[in-house]
Design a protein around this ligand. Structure first.
Ligand code: F6P
Length: 341
């Protein structure tokens, strides 16, 4: 048996640990051979293959990014499609494919398995928005990076008596904002799931300032201010035709300053949250998922992926992870909001 591995969509710290976990377990227990496809589905459709043995995965669990490269390519577009992919797999004597990716990747993998292709998956996103898994690797690292940044913003904010806005990633969900904001003691957390009025934000900022604090406002890139229709976007569309987000913090800063009279500065953390060394939590989770997806492939459980439930790694069909995002529940937001202001 020869297994192909690809990483697709936005990168997340821990991708390399997944690859290493699968390759080492497969090599050690089953004498399994592996190859990598470069740059996601693109490499599969173009038959862009690299060797992937013990040597290639040596010491990579601590490396951010992905040794295979990634892209936001749709395998059904251009020269792609199930017949072409079946041909490439046969030509290269590959019996199964491990696809590591987010919602878009898993949806494509599901369509391809419906066409009879032998694919298993590993869910990935720093946003932590995939249903059917409690956490995705990369999320913990992103939260740690954001928290560190906010701790720094607070000291400079305190020095000047300013209101500081930290904008974090989170296209549809506010998990990074909720966790990093709570960890950093934010005075307001603004997330895509909760439309919030300018009056409410002003009240929280003013109340913190009146107590002698320098307010910290955390905002997820996908936040929609009450009274507006869409998240802030001024950077065109991505490869899937979705608006590129980012910049809501810079928009809120003058509005908060005008409403409160408190000098306000915004920082957009952007891709810094996706870069660098994964935390030990993410390395362990990713390694376990990599080892477990190898089992899925050996058992020929096509159309399934591995997921975290509590502390256990379980097997679930792609369908369970798709269609509905894992949003921040109302009670989690209400719990955090008690400490706002
Ligand atoms: O899905 C993960 C994510 O980091 C989102 O939070 C963000 O909107 C998007 O990817 C950015 O994508 P890109 O790296 O293509 O700019």
């Amino acid at each position: 048996m020869r297994i192909g591995i690809l990483t697709s969509g936005g990168d997340a710290p821990g991708l390399n640990a997944v690859i290493r976990g699968a390759v080492l377990k497969g090599d050690k227990l089953h004498g399994q051979q592996f190859v990598g496809f470069r740059n996601g589905w693109k490499g599969l459709v173009e038959s862009d293959i690299v060797p992937l043995g013990r040597h290639e995965v040596k010491g990579i669990a601590k490396q951010g990014g992905t040794i295979l490269g990634t892209s936001r390519t749709n395998p059904f577009e251009g020269n792609g499609g199930p017949d072409r992919i079946r041909e490439i797999l046969a030509e290269n004597e590959i019996d199964s494919l491990i696809a590591i990716g987010g919602e878009g990747t898993l949806a494509a993998a599901r369509r391809l398995t419906d066409e009879g292709l032998p694919i298993v998956g590993v869910p990935k996103t720093i946003d932590n928005d995939i249903s059917a898994t409690d956490y995705t690797f990369g999320f913990d690292t992103a939260v740690q990076i954001a928290t560190d940044a906010m701790d720094r913003l607070r000291t400079t904010g305190d020095a000047h008596g300013r209101c500081m806005i930290a904008e974090v990633m989170g296209r549809h969900v506010g998990w990074i904002a909720m966790h990093s904001g709570m960890a950093a003691g934010a005075h307001a957390i603004l997330i895509p799931e909760q439309r919030t009025t300018m009056e409410q934000i002003t009240e929280w900022v003013t109340s913190a300032h009146d107590r002698g604090r320098s307010p910290l406002v955390v905002v997820a890139e996908g936040f929609i201010l009450d009274g507006t229709n869409d998240p802030h976007s001024e950077r065109g569309l991505d490869a899937f035709g979705r608006p590129r987000l980012g910049g809501i913090g810079e928009t809120l800063a003058p509005a908060i300053e005008a409403a409160t009279g408190i000098e306000t500065r915004a920082t957009t953390l952007g891709h810094i949250q996706r870069g660098g060394t994964p935390t030990s939590y993410d390395r362990v989770l990713a390694t376990r998922l990599g080892m477990a997806v190898l089992d899925l492939a050996m058992q020929k459980q096509w159309g399934c992926m591995v997921a975290l439930r509590g502390t256990e790694i379980v097997q679930v069909p792609f369908a369970d992870a798709l269609g509905k995002l894992k949003t921040v529940p109302q009670e989690r937001y209400d719990e955090a909001a008690v400490l706002f202001g």
